[in-house]
Design a binder for this molecule. Structure first.
Ligand SMILES: *Cc1c(COP(=O)(O)O)cnc(C)c1O
Length: 393
């Protein structure tokens, strides 16, 4: 099997598995208990907080553990919104291609009286900082722009946007779920709030964290005990948190060499797929994650492509896991201006650190075969070839 769906989830690293198993066996105490077995769990938890904070240049007390990226996104947005409401500022700026954890929270906030501006991400899948600046109003309380997009992998100008927000006195949140562990992410970038998820950097599923710069007030999503300094109730999942820290330290420790290898493999894959007629890369070719390749092939359906690739032992995706299974084309591809017909024929290949050149070549050959095969009996393709419809790509 060739696993090329790392943007959906990654395999846990050996270090993460080892840490988790040993914690399940030995570190299972309740971190709030006073006896030494509980205190041992507390120490492990706080050590993980320190290790994670160190990777992103933050202070340990700026890290709040959550159940994953979705929860961190929800809490970040709701915290900034509550803060804004208290000050009479009820306008939020975000982008059209955010993860649904952000977009759906924004929809809910709109129903609660907030006004939301979604910025265009243009054909290359990049937010323009000057457009963020122009969209900021007197009553803007929050700007939320993802660090890197989960479907097309484009890396946003986070530092520039953070600087604008700081100057205007507006909170800035970034969903860094796809970026953390893969490209440098540091509190020096200037974000006030950041969301992360362990299972996107070889940690376990169901755990992540929210970074909140000192002084940024957080709102609880979950009320109860005083865990996470009163901001996130619930007995801490110490084994998962410890495994998350182990996974992050490992990926961050090998980031430069991993990125160099993956970028070379990514570009080889892009070059190979470009040979397929009437195809196009989605998103900027340079400002993209080392592991992300996303193509549209005219005249086919992404879903059939995935099933046939699966038969050849290749795991890929056509859009995000949340949209697959529905017939709507990806909101990300529509946001970069792909028309419905073209957006339907999309393929995301998100390669991992251990991908080999031989595997890349195998993927290229398999995609060429499958696209040719599917076009052979596609009515849309027949019309395109017969000149009854115009090629877009
Ligand atoms: C996966 C993902 C999330 C959701 O994280 P979970 O831990 O699965 O809840 C949020 N944002 C982005 C960009 C993602 O890729």
């Amino acid at each position: 099997m060739i696993y090329a769906d790392n943007a959906a989830t990654t395999k846990m690293s050996e270090a993460a598995v080892r840490t988790m198993v040993s914690m399940l066996e030995e570190g299972w105490g309740n971190a709030s208990s006073l006896y030494s077995h509980g205190q041992r769990a507390k120490e492990i938890l706080e050590k993980a907080r320190e290790d994670i904070a160190a990777v992103i240049g933050a202070e340990p007390r700026e890290i709040y553990f959550t159940s994953g990226g979705s929860e961190a996104d929800n809490q970040a947005l709701r915290s900034a919104a509550a803060f804004g409401r208290r000050k009479g500022k009820m306008h939020i700026i975000s982008t059209a291609f955010e993860h649904h954890a952000v977009l759906h929270t924004l929809k809910a906030l709109e129903k609660e009286g907030f006004a939301v501006t979604l910025l265009d991400v243009h054909e290359n899948g990049l937010v323009v900082p000057a457009e963020v600046e122009a969209a900021i109003r007197e009553d803007t309380c929050l700007v939320s722009v993802m660090y890197a997009n989960n479907e097309i992998g484009t890396i946003q100008p986070i530092r520039e946007i953070a600087a604008i927000c700081k100057e205007k006195g507006v909170l800035f949140h970034t969903d860094a779920v796809q970026a953390l562990g893969h490209i440098p992410v540091n509190a020096e970038d200037g974000f006030d709030l950041l969301s992360a998820s362990a299972h996107k950097f070889h940690g376990p599923k169901g755990v992540g964290f929210l970074y909140a710069r000192k002084g940024v007030p957080l709102t609880n999503l979950i009320e109860g005990g005083a865990q996470e300094r009163g901001k996130r109730a619930g007995t801490e999942n110490v084994p998962a948190v410890a495994a998350m820290a182990a996974a992050l330290q490992e990926t961050a420790g090998h980031m430069a060499e991993n990125a160099a290898h993956m970028t070379a493999m990514r570009d080889r894959l892009i070059e190979g797929l470009k040979q397929i007629p009437h195809s196009a890369l989605n998103g900027d070719a340079e400002k993209r994650l080392p592991g992300n390749v996303n193509f549209c092939f005219e005249g086919i359906e992404g879903e059939s492509l995935l099933l046939l690739l699966d038969d050849k032992g290749i795991c890929a995706s056509s859009g995000s896991a949340c949209t697959s299974g529905s017939l709507d084309p990806s909101h990300v591809l529509l946001a970069i201006g792909r028309v419905h017909d073209v957006a339907h024929g999309s393929l995301r290949l998100s390669i991992g650190e251990d991908i080999t050149e031989a595997q890349i070549d195998e993927i290229i050959a398999a995609v060429k075969d499958v696209v040719t095969y599917l076009r052979g009996f596609s009515p849309i393709w027949r019309d395109l070839v017969a000149g009854k419809k115009e090629f877009i790509l």
